[in-house]
Write a protein that binds this ligand. Sequence first.
Ligand SMILES: NC(=O)c1ccc[n+]([C@@H]2O[C@H](COP(=O)([O-])OP(=O)(O)OC[C@H]3O[C@@H](n4cnc5c(N)ncnc54)[C@H](OP(=O)(O)O)[C@@H]3O)[C@@H](O)[C@H]2O)c1
Length: 424
Amino acid sequence: MLNIAIAGLGTVGAGVVRLLRQNADLIAARAGQQIMVRAVCARDKNKQRDCDVSGIKWVDDAPQLAGLPGIDAVVELIGGADGIARDLAVTALGNGKPLITANKALIAAQGVALAKLAEQNNVPLFFEAAVAGGIPVLKALREGLAANSISAVRGILNGTCNFILTRMREDRVDFATALHEAQQNGYAEADPAADIDGFDAANKLAILAALAFGVEPDFAFVRTEGIRRITPLDLAFADELGCRVKLLGIARMGDTGLEQSVGPALVPMTSPLSQVEGALNAVQLQTSHTGHIMLQGPGAGSDATASAVVADLIDLARGNRAPAFGVPVAQLTKVNPGPAHKSRYYVRLQVMDKPGVGADIMTILRDEGLSMETILQRAQSATESVPVVLTVYEADAEAMRRALDKIARLATVVEKPCLLRIED
Ligand SMILES: NC(=O)c1ccc[n+]([C@@H]2O[C@H](COP(=O)([O-])OP(=O)(O)OC[C@H]3O[C@@H](n4cnc5c(N)ncnc54)[C@H](OP(=O)(O)O)[C@@H]3O)[C@@H](O)[C@H]2O)c1
């Protein structure tokens, strides 16, 4: 029997308690033993829960769970990169207790130190639920694809952003309305900044990159941009160009280093990633011997995330002792950051409707060695300025950035331009 303690009984914690009950026989058969919740902890003992914890020992102080006699493993489902979650993780691993967590912020920030501690104490550290919720992508990288070298990882890693972008496209609602809907549907937090500014996806990308490329996870090297400046107009123009706008996480090994970025991009409708809609997540892996693999599914939610946590518990019960990041910590290398890869670009400008504007823009592009591929323009408006969209043939990111700076300074360009990659 595997006796576990769970800290955190919110969306994920309650889901784990329910799943362990609902599928107890199946889980015991697959794990080779029963998995029993023996102790729990949350902030408020009297709170109404979405799970039954009657008869289970209650502890007020989470790190105490790691010292209880008879506890074989600790599950951390509180959240946060430091504070109580980190204290619990350090105490558990330091006490020689295996740790399972869904906490991407903790793993992205402290993953190396925790994996080192796990190795020193010869216990597993697993965090499948930390990336893309119910999608078993870390297991795919650590196990099923372990024989492959990986050249690129691309992912839709934040369900809230994908939901917002989908709603803005489908019904032409503005960003604020779509965000409000996401909050009402329980996808977005009351403070949605981590989601819509891209940091949640950046944490997940750093963890994915660690497993895919054998580097220490370090989200400081992830160029991160959110979706606040995307307008319904961008989604309409993208449609005309045969694309969807997605918040894409990209980790890619180039000749000179590892590129890691999170930001909105146009994805052609011929790409399976463009078809991932609503709150779903997807991860596409470019592998040396298995070609392109795409995993898609619910990236969050009580049941789906609990599924990943319990899968880790089953691994633990079976005796799986795989290193947290696929290789021992000593073999992880520091990130050597590489430049953004060349791509096509989408540029939306708001310009005065005057003769000569187009010629000025063309001159700037030509001077930077860039070629325009398409131009889309809206009819004249009452405001004397009109939106214009250009797409630019595959270009160096720096040259594109320089051209955009010059374009933004033209007197006829009346708003900050919007630059998006077209991720073919
Ligand atoms: N929600 C998802 O879909 C999802 C998906 C993937 C990963 N995750 C990750 O899973 C973790 C948990 O997320 P969640 O959505 O389940 O969060 P949540 O619903 O806010 O639940 C957090 C739980 O932690 C408890 N807690 C907070 N502070 C505590 C403290 N100082 N001591 C003890 N317990 C404390 C809360 O207690 P009370 O209930 O008493 O307030 C609550 O039960 C996070 O790391 C998150 O990033 C979540």
